[in-house]
Design a protein around this ligand. Structure first.
Ligand code: CO
Length: 336
């Protein structure tokens, strides 16, 4: 009998979302829409243009549950696809969008017999609106929040983002940080480089900003924060940053301690797709700070959810149980 797992990083997109372009005008977007081809496939569109081919597990609860059964996933946590964030739109519009999407996320989880749980999204460009939507969404049934790793040029050490994170800690809302709005511009147009190169760099930048910008020094220790994709490039390049911190004072920023000091302040998911990378991640972060994250149901996600963790930790049942279930149960206050 295969051990069940909790998948903490997966996405949804609703089929029946309101028409935001009609309501707010296309200039405020670009807004994301979904075209259902009726044969189990569809196309996500951004500003009316094809963005990503998708399949029905993205919007159909029963199709999603069938995929969970295939990978023996007992519980999956779903969150918005980052193009839904609307951080570039006026804050009141983003608040409306967040509220609508959060209610649709909860609707997507209904009828899953408790096997699907939702993370909220918030209008992070406005701290007060973000805090109120977080509180509302948690009361409505969300079990935490997903945020992008920056809002324009405001990084994770930004005062407003810090105030939002402190609010999350106060409300007991775990935070998943997802890379988005990738650096690099037109150079990233080929080979999905925005996803394969720039996304890991964005996540690395997010973690680094919290450390060097002094955010971890200021935020309460009970803040639960997890970075997607195994922390991006951060764990692999921690030595480089550590060396720079010791050798050049301009690197240190507001941080009181070298970067490695802060590894017990955050968690990461397991989406690294290679057993050597997972080994490095366990060596760096410890076996208590990694949770299965698949990035399903997108093509760049883990096809057999939890497969890497199961195979890599076949001979270490203690660590395997932590990564598959235990860490997520504690982080999100759920049970497998
Ligand atoms: Co993702």
């Amino acid at each position: 009998m295969t051990q069940p797992c909790i998948d903490i990083h997966s996405h949804f997109f609703p089929k029946n979302a309101p028409n935001f372009a009609e309501r707010f005008g296309e200039h405020s977007g670009p807004w994301t829409t979904l075209e259902d081809h009726g044969d189990g496939t569809g196309m996500m569109k951004l500003g009316g243009k094809p963005f990503r081919p998708v399949h029905s597990a993205l919007w159909d609860t029963n199709a999603r549950l069938a995929e969970l059964d295939e990978s023996n996933v007992s519980l999956q946590i779903v969150c918005a696809t980052p193009v839904m964030f609307a951080y570039g739109a006026p804050a009141d519009q983003a608040a409306y969008v967040a509220r609508a999407y959060n209610d649709l996320a909860l609707e997507f989880c209904e009828g899953s017999n408790g096997r699907l749980k939702a993370l909220a999204q918030v209008p992070l460009q406005d701290t007060d609106l973000a805090c109120s939507e977080l509180t509302r969404a948690m009361r409505a049934g969300c079990i935490g929040v997903q945020i992008g790793n920056h809002v324009g040029d405001r990084e994770m050490d930004d005062e407003g983002i810090g105030r939002f994170l402190a609010h999350c800690a106060h409300e007991g809302a775990p935070v998943l940080v997802h890379p988005w709005d990738m650096l690099g511009g037109d150079r990233l147009k080929r080979w999905m480089s925005a996803w394969t190169v720039a996304m890991p760099a964005e996540t690395q930048f997010g973690i680094m900003s919290m450390i060097l910008g002094g955010a971890f020094d200021k935020l309460p220790r009970d803040l639960k924060i997890c970075f997607a994709h195994g922390g991006g490039s951060f764990p692999y390049l921690l030595g480089r940053l550590e060396n720079a911190w010791h050798r050049r004072d301009i690197v240190r920023g507001e941080s009181k301690h070298p970067p490695s000091h802060y590894l017990d302040r955050f968690s990461v998911d397991s989406a690294v797709f290679d057993h050597r990378a997972l080994r490095l991640l366990i060596d760096t972060m410890g076996e208590d700070r990694i949770m299965v994250g698949s990035d399903a149901p997108f093509p760049l996600g883990e096809e057999k959810i939890g497969g890497l963790v199961r195979a890599s930790l076949d001979d270490d049942p203690g660590a395997r149980t932590k990564l598959l279930q235990r860490n997520a149960e504690q982080f999100f206050c759920v049970s497998a």
